[in-house]
Design a protein around this ligand. Structure first.
Ligand code: ATP
Ligand code: MG
Length: 568
């Protein structure tokens, strides 16, 4: 067995094994299992989100760590909500995260087998056809404090049940008129064991089986048996299935088939977002976002388009860990994970957002000098690039103040600053418009201070970024921010919905100017724009327009904004 405490490439090592690994170790030691076989079982009714990434990393990760296998299985038992588009996006997302399934399955492939097993339970006297409708079934079920009542159809003979079940299957009854139920215990303290429904009649077109079936298995009836057919050893699911486990076990035991072990873990919840597929679907359908892969969505495709790396997501998930109790993780941890990864791997570029003209008055007219710029100070192998320096530059408005306070270490009148990868400049004057606004900054450069060759001994406190005006390339920048303005958008006052918490400033578009090297970038390329943040080239870019998305700013400014009341 491989040591799971040292995981691959970018993920940081984990000090000790989590409770699922401990359970597996114990089962292996006791000879209960020979290998580790897991599965990731999404329902294809939406795109995957960061919560699913946790389940993916856990299931595939355990298989990798123990030299076992992990299947991808579409849990497609509810035809009314499922679509092929989702099946495809889910496969793309799993692969993009860096995992490959050992085999691909669909619960619908097992419809025949499940049906045969249903007949077996009927003949064994362990299942019956019930004529109660949905509302009556609910009323008979009882409550947490009161036992349920037996259905009046509970004592039909196996032969009668078998005939009725066959009639259900061949379409002789209307939708919702009959169900097949397991005969367990209507007085069980666990409501899931009060004769749960196994099949319902529903004339719905299935994305794979078409109109072949008019009865569809319930989740609990399909899930464990699908695990069993595939020889899964650990059926890992989230905590809300804990009280389904006795039913999972009952089905496997009653059918006398391979019995996987179900283990529950805490689902991932994160601040400033929603994670239910129903809500994500609503955001898409009502155009609050531009599709499932909108860079503000917590979907894997959204995070990918936002510029997140698979390494950063895997690292985040590992860092969060696997627990037995639910909690909410601060989104800052996800943002830090991508900062940390991109700091190591992203090349630097100089891009000026809110430009002001800076003229170097002692620069030889018309001359352009190529200066060396280090691509990534964290990675020497990334090398250097050359960027044009000239007497006509653009810098960010923010980096200049005419009358600056003493602690302002950027450029001010009468002050000096280093232009990154260029020279030290001294500001001697400004040009103003009729309203008194500074429209041009006049400086001289110090030829003895070229970056990398500076023996002048001059020291300045600030370094700022710049681009040469003539060669600068315009870039459209999509500044994405959090989609919701509050930590927990699911918590709403009466009469409001989570949509009332949408952050109206989650997207602002600005025009910026980049050094010319950026022209060779293609969709998906990620950069650190010096002193600003991390950005990715968006697929909307064309020959005529380069579009970039802000992944994260260099530092977390959100805390400060909340304090100032700007974020709400
Ligand atoms: P949602 O509640 O968002 O609709 P779901 O649980 O219905 O999600 P499935 O497609 O059934 O979505 O999930 C596939 C797998 O991913 C399941 O094993 C499920 O437990 C797991 N999963 C879903 N959401 C999370 C989450 N937030 N954290 C961890 N695992 C999750
Ligand atoms: Mg589900």
């Amino acid at each position: 067995m491989t040591d799971t405490s040292t995981s691959n490439a970018n993920e940081s090592p984990r000090p000790s094994k989590h409770f699922i690994e401990q359970a597996i170790d114990a089962d292996l030691a006791a000879g209960k299992i020979k290998g580790v076989h897991t599965r990731f079982p999404p329902e294809p009714n939406g795109y995957l989100h960061i919560g699913h990434a946790k389940s993916i990393c856990l299931n595939f990760g355990l298989a990798q760590a123990y030299g076992g296998t992990c299947n991808l299985r579409f849990d497609d038992t509810n035809p009314s909500k499922e679509e092929t588009e989702y099946v495809e996006s889910i496969q793309d997302d799993v692969r993009w995260l860096g995992f490959q399934w050992d085999s691909l399955h669909y619960a619908s492939d097992y419809f025949d087998q499940l049906y045969q097993w249903a007949e077996k339970l009927v003949l064994d006297g362990l299942a019956y056809v019930c004529d109660l409708d949905a509302e009556q079934t609910r009323a008979y079920r009882g409550t947490l404090t009161e036992p349920g009542k037996n259905s009046p159809h509970r004592d039909r003979s196996p032969q009668e049940n078998l005939e009725l079940l066959r009639q259900m299957k061949t379409g002789e009854f209307p939708d919702g008129s009959h169900t097949l139920r397991a005969k367990i215990d209507m007085a069980s303290p666990n409501l899931n064991l009060r004769d749960p429904v196994m099949y319902r009649i529903m004339r719905a077109h299935h994305h794979r089986t078409g109109d072949a079936w008019c009865i569809y298995p319930m989740y609990d009836w399909a899930h464990g048996q699908s695990d069993s057919i595939e020889g899964i050893t650990y059926s890992i699911c989230t905590l809300e299935f804990e009280n389904h486990r006795p039913l999972y076990d009952w089905y496997c035991q009653s059918l006398e088939i391979h019995h996987p072990r179900q283990i529950e873990f805490a689902r991932l919840n994160m601040t400033y977002t929603v994670m239910s597929k129903r809500k994500l679907l609503q955001l898409v359908k009502e155009n609050h976002v531009n599709g499932w892969d909108d860079p503000r969505m917590p979907t894997i495709s959204g995070l990918r388009r936002r510029g997140y790396t698979p390494e950063s997501i895997r690292g985040f998930v590992t860092d969060v860990g696997v627990a037995k109790f639910n909690s909410t993780i601060d989104v800052v941890r996800l943002e830090n994970a991508v900062r940390e990864h991109l700091n190591r791997v992203a090349e630097r570029r100089m891009v000026v957002m809110d430009p002001i003209k800076l003229t170097i008055t002692n620069w030889p007219a018309g001359e352009v000098e190529m200066v060396d710029a280090i691509n990534n100070p964290e990675d020497e192998s990334a090398g250097v690039r050359q960027i044009p320096f000239s007497g006509s530059l653009l810098i960010s408005q923010d980096d200049f103040q005419e009358d600056a306070p003493r602690k302002f270490f950027r450029l001010k009148k009468g002050g000096a600053v280093r232009l990154r990868s260029g020279y030290i400049i001294d500001c001697h004057d400004v040009v103003k418009d009729d309203d008194g606004n500074v429209i041009e900054i006049l400086c001289t450069y110090d030829p003895e201070t070229k970056s990398g060759q500076d023996n002048s001994g001059r020291k300045v406190k600030g370094t700022i970024h710049w681009v040469s005006a003539q060669q600068a390339v315009p870039v459209t920048v999509r500044n994405y921010d959090r989609l919701f303005a509050v930590e927990n958008p699911d918590r709403v006052e009466e009469g409001k919905t989570f949509l009332d918490h949408l952050n109206p400033d989650s997207l602002s578009v600005t025009q910026a100017f980049a050094e010319p090297e950026i022209k060779s970038a293609t969709a998906g390329d990620r950069f650190q724009f010096e002193r600003l943040g991390y950005y990715v080239v968006d697929a909307d870019s064309s020959e005529s327009e380069l579009v970039v998305n802000r992944i994260v700013p260099l530092r977390d400014s959100w805390g400060k904004m909340v304090a100032k009341g700007k974020a709400n």
